[in-house]
Write a protein that binds this ligand. Structure first.
Ligand code: GLN
Length: 196
């Protein structure tokens, strides 16, 4: 089974570890460059992207993360993790860094105060069967994507909430909170096939 790390600087790390384990991965936490070097793929969890960005700098993880993503390591970002994988962000803090890798512009806290948290059924390419139960918590949305980015899911109003670019996957929502491991299985399969 592939070893899949969860970036454990901040955010809902435990939920992703549990979902990955249930999806058939060897799930481990990643806080240091040596731990990052040992994984086949990485999940960047939900949380607070400005804090995660600061901690990535403080832990000397930003450059190693960028290097591995650029070198082809599969990564999956959920919510704040989606923001971390975006080449460009809107409504970020001035000093907010991202790992980047997905040619997209993501707007933080995009759904606004009236709609800070909500759930929606999300039909997602690559996930067979019933729609995924999308849990959105102060979620970002994908405002625009480059030509190499595949849109995997939209809400009924066409808002883009899941994308893939090659070995990189991102969702606005939190599948780790629902007990449905299909998105984690999709990512684990992607890690497995990129390792083969
Ligand atoms: N609003 C958070 C941010 O901008 C993301 C929220 C989440 O990950 N649930 O980082």
């Amino acid at each position: 089974n592939p070893t899949v790390g969860v970036l454990a600087l901040q955010g809902d790390v435990r939920e992703h570890l549990a979902a990955l384990t249930a999806a058939g991965a060897e799930a481990v936490t990643v806080r240091r460059p040596a731990e990052l070097a040992a994984v086949d793929g990485l999940v960047i969890p939900g949380g607070e992207s400005t804090t995660m960005s600061k901690l990535a700098v403080a832990f000397g993880m930003l450059a190693p993360l960028r290097d591995r993503v650029r070198a082809g390591m599969p990564a999956y970002g959920s919510c704040a993790g989606m923001i971390m994988l975006a080449d460009k962000i809107l409504d970020g803090r001035d000093d907010q860094e991202t790992v980047g890798g997905i040619d997209m512009t993501v707007r933080r806290n995009a759904f606004g105060r009236q709609n800070e948290s909500f759930e929606a059924a999300v039909a997602m390419t690559g996930v067979d069967g019933d729609p995924v139960e999308g849990v959105f918590i102060r979620a970002p949305w994908v405002e625009s994507v480059g030509a190499g980015v595949e849109v995997l899911a939209r809400l009924a109003d066409h808002t883009v909430v899941a994308v893939r670019q090659g070995h990189l996957l991102a969702t606005s929502f939190h599948p780790e909170l629902t007990g449905d491991q299909r998105v984690h299985r999709l990512f684990t399969d992607l890690v497995r096939s990129s390792r083969a």
